[in-house]
Design a protein around this ligand. Structure first.
Ligand SMILES: *[C@@H]1O[C@H](CO)[C@@H](O)[C@H](O)[C@H]1NC(C)=O
Ligand SMILES: *[C@@H]1O[C@H](CO)[C@@H](O)[C@H](O)[C@H]1NC(C)=O
Ligand SMILES: *[C@@H]1O[C@H](CO)[C@@H](O)[C@H](O)[C@H]1NC(C)=O
Ligand SMILES: *[C@@H]1O[C@H](CO)[C@@H](O)[C@H](O)[C@H]1NC(C)=O
Ligand SMILES: *[C@@H]1O[C@H](CO)[C@@H](O)[C@H](O)[C@H]1NC(C)=O
Length: 305
């Protein structure tokens, strides 16, 4: 004897499957995948509500500029610009302001293994007028460093080699005239140098107390980049109902519309530009088919039971 449990269960499973299939078919059938995936603000570690031109977390690369990909795997988000990794301290979409601190100087390390100049991306990520350069020298001669205001000598151990470092918060030593000429020739003997930006407020403190501790404090407070990544195009795109993104193949901005990507903006109304993909009956057919077959199967089951 066949109990009525089987058709009931069948109905239940079919119903769940229908919710899934029909639901997703109805909502997404006509929408371009990139349109669906981009344009949502995402959280990256402790930083909330990030959007274009950044990608990261569950937001695919094509939603942002290829050079502005955030690593959100940690509580402290990171961005790598060329070979140098930075901790991301803040993102301000209004002022297009990305605050970062070099990761290699975190944990109070003024003597990193790899000596790299601070990087930026011309025309896309630039320094702001608030950023002030400090030059740090490495592999200098241990003897005979002339003392100069706003400058300091410090010991370094890199790759198990003891060396002498030197930094100066003076941006143009020549302005010090003859009192700096000895220092200029001393610094010429140093093997390496790097430029590190600090904010004006941090520079002021370093000028008062030119110690490595004070310098590291300034470095960890970070500095700001200002970004510019097709911002006007993105605004135009968004106003037309699109989502901003980037086409890596053509290395250009892309506006993702419901029916596919465009160069700059979406067609004003759906009727103005009929799209070949807009075909609700076809996209809904798996759903209807399921409905139909469910009904038939149930009917057959009921009669045979
Ligand atoms: C950028 O943001 C930081 C904080 O995240 C702020 O201290 C700084 O003043 C801002 N700079 C600009 C140019 O808006
Ligand atoms: C330390 O060693 C690494 C690996 O050999 C090398 O790439 C790096 O340049 C060295 N650092 C310095 C300051 O010499
Ligand atoms: C700091 O150095 C960078 C790179 O060398 C340069 O582009 C920038 O103009 C400098 N900033 C200042 C305030 O001198
Ligand atoms: C540095 O200062 C000297 C003397 O004031 C000046 O001649 C020179 O142009 C300055 N260099 C830079 C890069 O500003
Ligand atoms: C950093 O840049 C300065 C001048 O901008 C250059 O003299 C120095 O060699 C560079 N340092 C490294 C490690 O590339």
């Amino acid at each position: 004897m066949q109990p009525r449990v089987f058709p009931a269960m069948y109905w239940f499973i079919t119903f769940i499957a229908m919710i899934f299939l029909c639901g997703s078919t109805l909502v997404f059938a006509n929408d371009d995948e990139k349109y669906v995936n981009c344009g949502n603000l995402f959280d990256c570690g402790d930083i909330k509500g990030v959007g274009y031109p950044f990608s990261g977390s569950d937001t695919p690369d094509y939603c942002g500029h290829p050079e502005l990909k955030l690593d959100c795997s940690d509580q402290d988000p990171e961005i790598t610009i060329q070979k140098l990794t930075y901790k991301v301290l803040g993102i301000n979409s209004q002022s297009r302001n990305l605050s970062v601190a070099r990761k290699d100087h975190a944990e109070n390390n003024i003597c990193p293994t790899l000596l790299l100049n601070t990087t930026w991306i011309p025309n896309i990520l630039n320094y702001t007028p608030d950023d002030q350069n400090i030059t740090i020298y490495y592999g200098c001669s241990t003897q005979g460093a002339p003392a100069l205001k706003y400058s300091s000598q410090f010991p370094c151990n890199i790759n198990n080699t003891e060396m002498t470092g030197y930094f100066t918060a003076v941006s143009n030593l020549s302005e010090f005239g003859s009192s700096a000429s000895n220092l200029i020739s001393y610094l010429a003997s140093c093997k390496d140098s790097i430029e590190v930006p600090v904010r004006q407020s941090a520079l002021a403190k370093i000028l008062i107390t030119p110690t490595v501790t004070q310098l590291l404090e300034g470095l960890n407070e970070g500095f700001d980049f200002v970004w510019s990544a097709n911002d006007a195009s993105c605004e135009t795109c968004q106003l037309s109902g699109g989502k901003c993104g980037y086409n890596q193949a053509t290395a250009a901005f892309s506006c993702y519309c419901k029916d596919g990507p465009r160069e700059s903006s979406c067609p004003q109304s759906p009727t103005a530009a009929p799209s070949p993909t807009a075909a609700p009956p076809t996209s809904m057919s798996p759903c209807l088919l399921l409905f139909f077959s469910a009904g038939v199967t149930l009917e057959v089951n009921r009669k045979t039971a």
